[in-house]
Design a protein around this ligand. Structure first.
Ligand code: CAA
Length: 376
């Protein structure tokens, strides 16, 4: 495969890098205090970053999937919080409507999502349906031109801040996965209740909320795809979504590697920089090798996706490997920094806290192994 980026993709990398340095980096401290990066998202919308792979006719930038992955990768090097907001908004917040929506739904929602006027979210997980997503309990009952939804969701990224939610509910509980349907839900729908925002280990600037639906009436025309098609919609969008989360993990790992390398070149102990001492030099060599391997897996999966090919196994491999790499590399980065790495003075402790969840959301590492082994 050819892993040389095109001129357009390199321009995207440069533009996003500059944006991340000038606009996102100064706001990292505020996000660490819990502030949601609303203004940054607005500027990203103006630059076309909230709809990178969306066709121009629906208000997007109509760039390839690799360019989209480049954006998440580069943004996550500076802020994994903004990285996950963008990934969820695009991969699982916007794409389900783009791929499964009617023309009317696309015109009504995708334009605004791609422009960053609307923020998207994805509501699959429930208190008793995490990895076993098909066992969800939220019910949707058709009545008088509406579906009436009752149930609750947990760990909803962008929840409360988002304007549009892709909600999965069962229209036929006896049918298991084949009874799941998908709905487009607007935030101000009566019966849509935003609950607790979780206190997380990292990603402080992102929202992770509980949602409750109490007799929430969703117009019939907001059914996405056909009744019973919801599980397929969720799974097929997670395929590409997982490449986005892998790119987020890659950004975190790369940032930690760069910080550790710079520090190791400057920090002198026993009369020479610690980078020149084998114990640290070898550590950096292993970290760099893992990061490079992760990059190859991710961009290979992204290339397949860009070509419109099925990439479920490659996406799961990329996420499985890169999320582990992010946890290992950020752990080692703290070790290179020694005591300083354990303080808030340096960013490596943030990288470490932000890395862990990449092994959990959009399918745990164990779920990625299920997807991979099933296909083997
Ligand atoms: N594309 C299309 N259809 C698919 C599919 C895919 N990738 N994977 C499965 N399906 C279809 C199957 O073909 C099957 O239909 P048929 O019987 O007609 O073939 C149907 O769906 C059921 O498939 P399975 O029997 O494989 O389903 P399962 O119940 O065993 O579950 C699973 C499979 C992979 C474990 C799935 O439940 C899963 O991915 N779980 C993890 C959930 C997850 O990733 N949640 C993420 C939440 S979003 C998030 O985290 C966002 C965020 O905040 C960052």
């Amino acid at each position: 495969m050819n892993l040389r980026f095109t001129e357009e993709q390199e321009m995207m990398r440069k533009m996003v890098r500059d944006f991340a340095q000038t606009e996102i980096a100064p706001f990292v401290e505020k996000m660490e205090e819990g502030e949601f990066p609303r203004e940054i998202l607005k500027k990203m919308g103006e630059l076309g970053l909230m709809g990178i792979p969306v066709p121009e006719e629906y208000g997007g930038s109509e760039m390839d999937f690799i360019s989209y992955i480049i954006a998440i990768h580069e943004i996550s090097k500076v802020s994994a919080t903004v990285g996950v907001i963008l990934s969820v908004h695009t991969s699982v917040g916007t794409n389900p409507i783009l791929y499964f929506g009617t023309e009317e739904q696309k015109r009504k929602y995708v334009h605004k999502l791609a422009a960053g006027e609307y923020l998207g979210a994805f509501c699959l997980t429930e208190p008793s349906a995490g990895s076993d997503a098909a066992s969800l309990k939220t019910r949707a009952v058709k009545k008088d031109g509406h579906y009436v939804l009752n149930g609750s969701k947990v760990f909803i990224t962008n929840g409360g801040e988002a304007d549009v939610y892709i909600v999965f509910a069962s229209t036929n509980p006896e049918a298991g996965p084949k009874g799941v349907s998908a709905f487009i839900v607007e935030k101000d729908t009566p019966g849509f209740i935003v609950g607790k925002d979780e206190h997380k280990m990292g990603l402080y600037g992102s929202r992770t909320v509980q949602l409750t639906f109490e007799d929430m009436k969703v117009p019939e025309e907001n059914l996405l795809g056909q009744e019973g098609e919801g599980f397929k919609i969720a799974m097929s969008n997670l395929d590409s979504g997982r490449i986005g989360i892998a790119a987020q993990a890659l950004g975190i790992a790369e940032a930690a590697l760069e910080a550790a390398t710079d520090y190791a070149k400057e920090r002198v102990q026993f009369g020479k920089p610690i980078a020149a001492q084998q114990g640290v030099g070898f550590k950096l060599a292993d970290m760099a090798t893992s990061v490079e391997a992760a990059k190859l897996l991710i961009y290979r999966a992204a290339q397949l996706r860009s070509e419109g090919q099925i990439c479920g196994i490659e996406a799961s491999m990329a996420k499985l490997f890169t999320s582990r790499t992010a946890v290992e590399v950020t752990t080692e980065a703290i070790q290179v920094f020694g005591g300083y790495g354990y303080t808030k003075e340096y960013p490596v402790e943030r990288y470490f806290r932000d890395a862990k969840v990449t092994e959990i959301y959009e399918g745990t590492s164990e779920i990625q192994r299920i997807v991979i082994s099933k296909q083997l």
